[in-house]
Every structure is written in C-alpha cells, then in structure tokens.
Write a protein of this length. Structure first.
Length: 255
C-alpha cells in the first residue's frame, strides 16, 4: 500500500491562505465597527441639531405662553375686579376665604360664615377665592369651574351655596358633571353657555390665579381665612366675629 504525504509547500500555502483569510475578516470587522461608530456619531450630531433647532424653540414657546398667559394675582388685602364679593366693599373690614368645594372643613366653614353673616354684614364684606386641592379632592377643580361658569351668568354665590350644601352627594360620584348641571338647571342657567364657559381661559385662569395668589399669601390648606390681610388662626364663629368687630373699631378710631 502506498501512502501519499502532503507536500510541505502545499501545507505552507494553505496556512498562509488561512492567515490571510483571518486578517481579511478582522479588517472587515474593524471597518464595520468604524462605520457603526461613525453612524452613531452622525446620529448624535443630527439629534443635537434637532434638539437645538426644533425641541428647544418649542419648549421656549411653551414656557413663554405659560408665563404670559398667567394673569395677575392678588393678596388678601386687595380686591380684584373679577373677585366674588358678598356684601359691599364700602364696609371697612374684608374677610377673604380661600376654600375648596370638596373639602369637608370648608363646608363647615361656609355654614359658620352663613350663621354669623347677619351679625357682621354691616361691618365687613366677604371675598371667596378658589383653592382646590386636587391631590385629596379630585372633583374640587371641576366644582370651581362650574361655580365660575355660573358666575358668568351672575349666579356664582347661588352655585357656591349649592356645591357646599350638596357636597356629600357629588363628592362620591365618579363623574359629577351631570350633578353640577342639575344644580345649574335649578338655578335656571343656560346650560349651553355654562358648558362653553367652563372651557374658556377666563374661567380657568380665574381659578388658577386664585390658587397662585393663595400660594403667594401663605395658604397651604383649606379653609384659610384672612381678616384685613391677617391670617386667622382657629377661625371659629366667635373668633371671626371678635376679629371683625376689633377691626371695625380700629377703622372708626383711625377715621
């Protein structure tokens, strides 16, 4: 039997060929990695340009719109043209209440104020400002919008009273809008106008700016009451009457 051994020259040629093939593959892999890195770099540059020329201007426009669309805010010693005032501003004592329509303590405060109002109405005027705390009262914002929209038809205080009187009813409803509209019907309001007004900047900004003003004045919870600009601690019925009478006496002395 004859055994044929491979030629050493052929072995060297095959080994050299294998080495060339591996180097070629390595070169191609390296080139592919370089191309991928270049593409990633180009993508980053394009994204940076996109952010610079598209996203940043849009963001700045949104910020500018938000800033310029916010209306003025008022302190508790000021009365705005669009404030809701019970009584006459000719009286020397101002009572400013920041309240949340879904807040049980605010409903109690409203009952207290209604009870003492005949006693203080010849000395003071009452200003209501919105302060819906939606983290704990999810329907408070909507309730404020309905009250403001009713105010566009001259019935703010009537809707205000309905919302507080029926708080236990609508607070437990998933979507209270129909309940609010039933109050509007009882007040003979134009429902189409009411629904339209709720969406307007005039109504939305009033609620938002009341809350902004409250934040600036130190309001952190509801109800918060100010008498002639001073925040009232423990605003019980007797305490409020006492402070109103004191402020009224001071105004007469000063006059």
């Amino acid at each position: 039997m004859v055994i044929v051994l491979p030629c050493p020259q052929n072995l060297q040629t095959e080994s050299h060929s294998d080495d060339m093939s591996k180097r070629e593959q390595q070169r191609k892999v390296k080139e592919q990695k370089q191309k991928a890195a270049q593409q990633r770099e180009q993508t980053k540059k394009l994204m940076a340009k996109f952010a610079l020329f598209v996203i940043v201007p849009v963001f700045l426009l949104i910020v500018a719109y938000t800033l310029y669309s916010q209306g003025p805010i008022y302190s508790p010693i000021e009365i705005a043209d669009n404030d809701h005032v019970r009584g006459t501003t000719a009286t020397p004592v101002s009572i400013v209440v920041y309240a949340d329509f879904q807040c049980p303590a605010c409903a109690q405060e409203n009952q207290t104020m209604s009870r003492i109002w005949p006693t203080v109405r010849d000395k003071a005027h009452l200003v209501f400002r919105h302060y819906p705390i939606t983290t704990s009262h999810p329907h408070a914002w909507t309730a404020s919008l309905y009250a403001e929209a009713a105010g566009q038809q001259g019935r703010f205080w009537e809707m205000h009273d309905y919302l507080f009187a029926n708080q236990a009813v609508w607070s437990t409803i998933g979507e209270p809008e129909l309940e609010f509209e039933s109050y509007a019907q009882e007040l003979n309001l134009d429902l189409d106008k009411l629904r339209s007004d709720i969406e307007t900047d005039l109504v939305v900004q009033k609620v938002r700016n009341d809350q902004r003003g409250g934040n600036s004045s130190g309001v952190r919870s509801t109800p918060t009451i100010f008498i002639n600009g001073t925040m009232v601690a423990r605003p019980t019925a007797n305490r409020i009457v006492e402070l109103v009478e004191s402020a009224f006496a001071e105004s007469n002395t000063a006059g």
